[in-house]
Design a protein around this ligand. Structure first.
Ligand SMILES: *Cc1c(COP(=O)(O)O)cnc(C)c1O
Length: 397
């Protein structure tokens, strides 16, 4: 077998260099642990960026995928397939939304959500100069539409002009949002908990005020639950904690637990007055393999009582990180809920993450100064203790 270094050299010679990768080649995963090809074991508090909710190598999940592979992997959206029907029914139930469109990624779900909002406004008044309000420090993906509503000028700059009519406001600052509303505003898009931007949960009053503003002006509220959804906050979708229901929402990442999938979902009101036959499509979206994954993931969330585990372990993680923040002067802030939490330092966290990696712990940043904690949702208090032991050493060194 080649060495890790040889594989990495091959990778760097063949892949487009859009990522500065950690110098690890993975072999396999099991539960809360990942193993590199030299057999070194790592406790994983990244979960493939909030994807692997059920932990690695879950047998029931693997078996469901294998069974579907032996039947059929792909058909086409010109026909029906049972896994897609099952997955759509289950997603409706957990999301409380009415209509599902399956996609292959988070960004593609955002694209569909934006198109649905634009079509809704177009059918209402026949004009095409509608505006969308998005948030500063938001992240909605890297495709051109999703990038247009991503509040990070650094990501957007080289790719302008993007879709027009997008205005940015400050998250958790209702007045700044209100100031951007015009009679052309068709949608407000935001994450319920900002992820990449630094783990900022929405304030309850902010979300409620936004909902009321949308209702008064027939503006659609799009909540992006791609990272904070699927149980990560201790609620299936984070908005359910606040009782502020969106008109359109997006899901991805953990919904397939590793199979690349996403979806955007609409209320009946929006579905009945927006996208219709011929307006939108995808070759792969909703294929039987992807939908078998979604379907099994949703079943396993219930069987394994993932939500109550997230609440218990999440509360414990909160206490432990709070205590750490209290005794560590370089930590400026601690935020988050359930198993999506962040520690903000007064220095870049890259070196802490590298030292943790060396000691067998996977962590990830959100921005330069924030460490993000997004483990598989099966994490226990013991895993939190193990993680903190390594984190503390890595901070103090
Ligand atoms: C990851 C992410 C996306 C983009 O999802 P991809 O599958 O990478 O396209 C969009 N919104 C949020 C909140 C995300 O965290």
């Amino acid at each position: 077998m080649e060495t890790m270094k040889e594989y990495i050299d091959e990778a760097e010679a063949a892949l487009l260099h859009t990522y500065n990768r950690y110098q690890i080649v993975w072999d396999k995963g099991d539960g809360m642990y990942m193993y590199d090809i030299e057999g070194k074991k790592y406790l994983d508090f990244v979960a493939g960026i909030a994807v692997f909710a059920l932990g690695y190598n879950n047998k029931a999940y693997n078996d469901a995928l294998k069974a579907q592979i032996d039947k059929v992997i792909h058909t086409s959206n010109y026909y029906y397939n049972i896994p897609a029907i099952e997955a759509a029914k289950k997603l409706k139930k957990i999301s409380q939304m009415d209509r599902v469109f399956f996609t292959n990624s988070g960004a593609e779900a955002i694209e569909g959500a934006i198109k649905a909002a634009k079509k809704y406004a177009y059918l209402r008044d026949g004009s095409t100069d509608h505006e969308i309000i998005a948030m500063n420090h938001s992240f909605h993906g890297r495709t051109l539409g999703a990038l247009s509503v991503t509040g990070n000028p650094h990501y957007r700059e080289a790719f302008e002009p993007l879709i027009g009519g997008v205005k940015f406001a400050d998250f958790n600052d209702f007045d700044s949002v209100k100031a951007q509303v015009t009679d052309k505003t068709c949608a407000i898009i935001m994450e319920t908990v900002q992820g990449e931007g630094g783990i900022y949960p929405a304030d309850e009053a902010f979300l409620k005020d936004i909902r009321a503003l949308c209702d008064q002006n027939d503006i659609l509220l799009i909540l992006d639950e791609i990272q904070c959804g699927m149980g990560r906050t201790g609620y299936m979708y984070a908005w359910q904690k606040y009782g502020v229901k969106p008109d359109i929402m997006t899901t991805a990442k953990a919904v397939g637990c590793g199979v690349p999938v996403g979806a955007f979902m609409l209320t009946e009101k929006v579905a009945a007055h927006s996208l219709t036959s011929g307006d939108h499509g995808t070759t792969y979206g909703g294929n039987p393999l992807a939908c078998a994954a979604i379907s099994k993931v949703i079943d396993l969330f219930e069987e394994m009582d993932i939500l109550s585990n997230v609440r218990q372990t999440g509360d414990y993680l909160y206490e432990r990180l709070d205590a750490l923040a209290g005794k560590c002067p370089s930590i400026k802030a601690h935020r988050g809920i359930g198993l999506i939490q962040g520690l903000e330092f007064d220095v870049p966290v890259g070196d802490i993450i590298l030292r943790a990696l060396d000691k067998g712990l996977l962590l990830i940043n959100a921005g330069t100064n924030i460490i993000r904690f997004i483990p598989p949702l099966i994490a226990t208090k013991q895993d939190v203790d193990d993680m903190l032991a390594i984190l503390e050493e890595s901070i103090h060194e």
